[in-house]
Write a protein that binds this ligand. Structure first.
Ligand SMILES: [Zn+2]
Length: 169
């Protein structure tokens, strides 16, 4: 399992559009996008809020796989202020509603992996996954390790989610 996640992280680091030399891929997305909004599009950032952002997983387990990430480089929820946690949870809630509207999934997994042993690819920067699920799709672990069921490009996913963002409360 460690090998799978380590590979995934390396691929992410290599593919990320970056103007600066920042070792954390999430901090790289955050800081490069702040200086150049065009880079946000290249990095598939769906939405920015005051202290956090939502971005497509570059290596999704399935269509519509989103990450919700605090802007600050912290490993744990407890490292965030109350305001940051509230901002993060609101972005999580809104992202789930947008995924529901866009894909009408049968269900949704959301959550976080804390620590590499728990499966975190980037354990030093807290992030939450949102993954739409359909009846009959493969199990979560199977999906991670073997089969990826992707029915559209990341560009298409970004466009759909962005277009629907203001349609939900
Ligand atoms: Zn970071």
């Amino acid at each position: 399992m460690d090998r799978i996640y380590a590979t995934w992280r390396n691929q992410w680091v290599q593919k990320l559009s970056s103007e600066t030399d920042i070792s954390c891929p999430f901090c790289s997305i955050e800081q490069n996008g702040m200086s150049n909004p065009d880079i946000d599009v290249k990095n598939y950032v769906v939405k920015r809020q005051k202290t956090c952002f939502a971005v497509l997983n570059l290596y999704p387990y399935g269509t519509g796989h989103l990450l919700v990430i605090p802007s600050r480089h912290v490993a744990d929820l407890s490292d965030l202020s109350n305001d940051e946690r509230a901002d993060l949870f609101e972005l999580l809630r809104k992202s789930i509603e947008v995924v529901k509207l866009t894909y009408a999934p049968d269900g949704i997994n959301f959550g976080a992996n804390l620590g590499r042993s728990a499966g975190a690819g980037i354990p030093d920067h807290f992030h939450m996954h949102i993954l739409p699920r359909w009846t009959g799709d493969s199990g979560f672990i199977t999906t991670i390790s073997e089969t990826r069921v992707i029915s559209e490009s990341l560009e298409q996913t970004l466009e759909k989610l962005s277009n629907n963002w203001d349609k939900v409360n």
